[in-house]
Design a protein around this ligand. Structure first.
Ligand code: ZN
Length: 280
């Protein structure tokens, strides 16, 4: 299933995309794409519905693909080829940092370049949405706790991230720095999360063209690993790192300016498109 949330900010309705690409209203069945609705039992109930029996919604603004996200956890330097372009070594264990959940926006919403920013950068990432509380889970069982996957744009301000002291969170958490969606694609639709093409364009020019094949620590490992340190809850999102081609890795480096348009996508998970604008 491709689950989504459609409507103006704060008024999104839960919905699913049917086989014909029509948006079908799920609000008669669940209050939101969140919590128990994305548990294994909740997803089984939604899968049993014939989409044709659901009211059709007109296309409009698409919201973040999941609500009630308590934690937005990111993995840094998780692609061997991206670590190389940043001049960093692949770490011996996953680098974990948090992105504030207040950064979450819809996949096509405008992204704000924060005040004082000169180094706003892009990162296409595979997002993992947790569907069942995970604590001390094994790598072999880890995918049982995953509701599905989404496109995640880990927008980053490199000066805030690395030149302003401390660790990375303040360069990752600015308002609108977390577009997720358009869809939460349930796990059954993705045969192998470690074999997905990933791409990103700025103003039509391809910047990133990679694959989750070069991810160092794969989805099952990361879910298991994180669950040794904290419980993962339904609706939590893990952004699993970016392939090469970010602006800071270019020679000379290239960063986003007001008016730039970024498009990104992952095989089977849909696409996003954002216009960047100044946060005045
Ligand atoms: Zn990232």
């Amino acid at each position: 299933m491709k689950l989504m949330r459609v409507g103006e900010i704060g008024q999104e309705k839960p919905a699913m995309l049917d086989a014909d690409g029509k948006i079908r209203d799920l609000s008669g069945h669940v209050s939101d794409i969140a919590g128990a609705a994305i548990s294994p039992e909740g997803l089984a109930k939604l899968a049993a519905i014939d989409p044709k029996t659901l009211p059709e919604l007109q296309p409009g603004r698409i919201g973040a693909c999941v609500a009630g996200t308590g934690k937005f956890i990111c993995i840094g330097l998780n692609f061997s080829d991206h670590a190389a372009e940043t001049g960093a070594a692949v770490p011996p264990e996953p680098v974990i940092f948090m992105k504030a959940t207040s950064a979450i926006v819809g996949p096509n919403d405008n992204v704000l370049i924060p005040r004082g920013s000169e180094k706003t950068d892009w990162e296409v990432e595979l997002g993992v949405v947790i569907g069942k509380t995970a604590k001390y889970v094994s790598e072999a069982d880890a995918l049982d706790y995953v509701a599905g996957y989404c496109v995640s744009h880990d927008v980053s301000e490199r000066a805030f991230q690395t030149e302003r002291a401390g660790q990375w969170t303040k360069g990752k958490s600015c308002d609108t720095f977390g577009p997720i969606g358009p869809w939460l694609v349930t796990r059954d639709e993705i045969a192998d999360p470690q074999d997905l093409g990933m791409w990103l364009k700025v103003n039509g020019e391809t910047m990133q063209n990679g694959s989750s094949k070069t991810m160092v620590y794969g989805v099952a490992f990361v879910v298991s690993y994180l669950s040794q340190f904290m419980s993962l809850h339904p609706g939590d999102v893990i952004s699993t790192g970016t392939p090469p081609g970010v602006g800071m890795g270019m020679k000379p480096p290239r960063f986003l300016r007001a008016g730039d348009v970024v498009e990104l996508g992952i095989e089977g998970l849909g696409t996003q498109k954002q216009t960047f604008q100044a946060d005045i």
